[in-house]
Design a protein around this ligand. Structure first.
Ligand SMILES: [Zn+2]
Ligand SMILES: [Zn+2]
Length: 430
């Protein structure tokens, strides 16, 4: 699997791409192949397998049948975050047992904890996903909560991924819907990347962009079969999620997989809003935001010509942005100021925008409609509206106005915010 993209030399983007994660086993009884994989890649290693209580229940029977002698460490807290506490617990277990290889048996959070430790201790790790819930399994950065702040830190990409589809197809439906929501966001992130390239000259890889869109298209086409629990179709979903991660690894940035819709989700994670369901999964929030992004994408794009026709200045004002976040702890306000200075939209080239405006519209119009994305998420039983996470209309408007400042990334939403091309208080239809 993926053999043809492990090494891509002479890519159209001008780079050679080489993957760090070079082994992928995605099949019904993948767990049974784990011993042979370990024997081949790490014959001398002393592995430690990390679970939480849920993944232990779901995956340990098959795991222990394959690897009865591998020691296991179970994270037992009720709520597990990728934070100092869990990192400390796993690191201690690693040292106590003299282990030098980690197996992350779980979904996103366990993988983040393990990949962060693998990086710090400079040891290899293998991702053993137990649910098709996120696209970040082969990521080389970890979403950590350290000192109470949510940050992305350098971490290790797994040496291999072993995805047992029987276990993954038995995961709670909510997690599968989250994986689908995370994938749908690629329609927005790739459109933003293409437009950013056209009007700021930023780096862009057409191969990676196409690969990402193929991955999500493949999932959308199989959504009914995935919903029916068909194990082969879970293979399509898992392969799509992995391909999105592979795409990020190829270019070494998260640009192909994360844009405005992820900022919406990150915003809710960093600055929790009164009453809004904090327990919603990453991909659930991303899916909701993706539908909204698709709804406004063509609208926003059609405002951009005003920038050069009316010579509209960039209205970005760090004091105003800090004002948006004033009600939150000073640490958040400081982080927002640091992140956004200088604003990324200063890179907009007005001449390039004017020359490429038709292409920008074309890219915007190729984003699937909000209705079709809603239909896909509805089919898999996912969240489709911000009401599903108990967000009010007012909170939604506020979030749309503010969330692009959680990351300094060039997006259509960010352009519209900085150049004040859209009145979020009056033009959003809720
Ligand atoms: Zn390339
Ligand atoms: Zn994501």
């Amino acid at each position: 699997m993926f053999e043809e993209i492990l090494d891509v030399s002479g890519c159209a983007c001008g780079k050679n791409h080489t993957l760090k994660t070079r082994e992928y086993i995605v099949e019904k009884d993948a767990m049974q192949k784990l011993p042979a994989l370990l024997g081949r890649l790490f014959p001398e290693a002393k592995p430690l397998a990390v679970f939480d209580r849920n993944t232990h229940k779901a995956a340990y029977p098959k795991f222990s049948a394959s690897l009865p002698d591998v020691p296991v460490f179970i994270l037992t807290d009720d709520e597990i975050h990728a934070d100092e506490r869990q990192v400390g617990l796993v690191t201690q277990a690693l040292k106590d047992g003299g282990s030098d290889l980690l197996l992350a048996v779980g979904s996103g959070v366990i993988c983040d904890i393990v990949r962060y430790i693998a990086f710090k201790e400079d040891i290899p790790f293998i991702a053993v996903p137990t649910a098709a819930s996120v696209d970040g399994f082969v990521s080389n950065s970890a979403a950590m909560t350290l000192n109470g702040a949510k940050i992305t830190l350098p971490a290790k990409a797994p040496n291999a991924v072993v995805a047992d589809l029987e276990i993954i197809a038995s995961a709670p439906k909510k997690m599968t819907a989250s994986g689908v929501g995370d994938m749908l966001s690629k329609y927005i992130s790739i459109a933003d990347w293409k437009i950013g390239h056209l009007i700021t000259g930023e780096y862009f890889c057409p191969f990676v962009a196409d690969l990402t869109i193929e991955a999500v298209d493949m999932i959308v086409q199989n959504i009914e079969k995935i919903n029916s629990g068909d194990i082969g179709s879970f293979g399509v979903l898992m392969k799509g999620l992995l391909l999105s991660g592979v795409a990020m690894q190829m270019v070494g940035i998260t640009r192909p997989a994360s844009s405005f819709e992820h900022h919406f989700s990150h915003y809710l994670e960093i600055v929790p809003i009164e009453g809004v369901n904090r327990a919603a999964l990453h991909g659930e929030k991303v899916g909701i935001a993706t539908i909204q992004a698709a709804k406004y994408y063509p609208v926003f794009a059609r405002r951009l010509n005003r920038i050069y026709e009316e010579n509209i200045p960039n209205h970005f004002d760090i004091e105003r942005v800090k004002g948006y976040y004033a009600q939150y702890p000073q640490g958040i306000v400081d982080a927002v100021e640091k992140e956004n200075t200088p604003t990324i939209t200063a890179k907009l080239d007005r001449d390039l925008l004017e020359q490429n405006f038709d292409k920008v519209l074309q890219i915007a119009d190729e984003v699937p409609s909000a209705e079709s994305l809603t239909e896909t998420l509805r089919t898999i039983g996912g969240y489709t509206s911000y009401y599903d996470i108990n967000m009010t209309d007012e909170q939604f408007k506020e979030t749309m106005k503010i969330c692009c400042y959680i990351r300094n990334r060039f997006t259509l939403l960010r352009l519209v915010c900085d150049f004040e091309l859209f009145d979020f208080d009056h033009e959003l239809t809720v």
